[in-house]
Design a protein around this ligand. Structure first.
Ligand SMILES: [Zn+2]
Length: 342
């Protein structure tokens, strides 16, 4: 692939790097230079973009099988992490998505959710058979993690949904976390029901797959901020309405942020009316949790545009550091150095 450059009147390359008249040079799917155009040589093949350039978005909680990969990519999201789908389907799709010519985002996947026999989501109407993998003992749980690691999982998802059925025992949960950490994989938990966030914390879970929507004490929030990160998924709690769930979640997330916790953008795409592509209302809700606009963008991007980062970027019609609503105005998407749709 030849070297090509992008030039734009204004670009946000990553936190603290807002650049007028910017140039980004791309080669073999990676960024090889990014900064002021005056300091970086252009290429014969330079694409001039109007408006505002920033890194493309990564959605760290999706169920891509219930959405449109092409729509996700066209909407400015060049990488997703699938947190629950049958392994025979999702790992095949993830492999296919590695090709830059794939008409969709790069897909990373957890495979199925590990759960107790009869636990969530084995009886959920949205979940095809195999979306939940029932683990019967700590040994079985550890074996399931090892098998998923061999299949290419990039995270392990565990269902701690006490409102929808039984959950893995403390011993099984500990075995899941231990086996995942041996395989260098993070554990993401769906926590729902009284005491489940506390169980996740105690077992060494690395992420909450959703902002919890039941009130948490300051003590639990402080422990969570020190030990794990939260995937936002705020809009699924309200879809633009005012609900007790969104109020509780925003209160939890505000205190988590103040306590120094790490928040990453995720939409739970596939759940309800979440649109494919950048979900502006999710970004606006993260801002409501007290983050500055630049901090919101930092939760959303795949990686800052710097040397050796993926050559994934978007051009918007205007500057989202002034108004996040322009995240809906995606003009151009580039994945792995290729302009999408051309
Ligand atoms: Zn989900």
């Amino acid at each position: 692939m030849t070297r090509r450059s992008i030039r734009a009147p204004l670009a946000w390359l990553g936190p603290g790097r807002l650049v007028d008249d910017a140039r980004v040079v791309l080669e073999r799917g990676l960024v090889v230079a990014a900064g002021p155009a005056a300091e970086i040589a252009g290429t014969d093949d330079e694409l001039r973009l109007d408006g505002f350039v920033m890194p493309a978005v990564a959605d760290r909680h999706v169920h891509i099988g219930m959405s449109s990969p092409a729509g996700v990519l066209a909407g400015g999201v060049t990488a997703v992490r699938d947190l629950g789908w049958p392994p025979d389907l999702i790992f095949t799709l993830a492999d296919a998505s590695e090709l830059p010519s794939f008409d969709g985002p790069l897909i990373r996947a957890a495979g199925p959710m590990l759960t107790a026999p009869g636990g969530y989501p084995t009886a959920s109407s949205w979940a095809p058979p195999g979306t939940g993998r029932e683990v019967k003992s700590p040994e079985d749980a550890a074996a399931a993690v090892e098998e998923l690691a061999r299949l290419g999982a990039t995270a392990i998802k565990v269902a701690l949904n006490a409102e929808a059925g039984p959950t893995p025992s403390d011993a099984a949960l500990a075995a899941i976390c231990d086996a995942a950490h041996v395989a260098d994989l993070p554990v993401a938990a769906h926590t729902q029901g009284k005491g489940e966030v506390e169980r996740a914390l105690g077992a060494g879970v690395d992420e909450l797959a959703h902002t919890p929507w039941t009130p948490l004490s300051d003590q639990v929030i402080a422990a969570a901020a020190a030990r794990l990160r939260i995937v936002s998924t705020l809009d699924i709690l309200s879809f633009g309405r005012d609900t007790p769930e969104i109020r509780a979640a925003l209160d939890n997330l505000r205190r988590f942020h103040v306590a120094g916790g790490t928040i990453v953008y995720g939409t739970d795409l596939g759940n309800g009316d979440v649109p494919p592509g950048i979900h502006t209302r999710e970004a606006q809700l993260i801002r409501e949790a007290g983050l500055e606009r630049e901090e919101v963008l930092a939760t959303m991007i795949r990686a800052p545009l710097e040397v050796d980062a993926p050559a994934d970027l978007v051009a918007l019609g205007a500057n989202p550091l002034e108004d996040l609503a322009v995240l809906s105005d995606v003009r151009t998407v580039i994945r792995a150095g290729r302009v999408v749709g051309r």
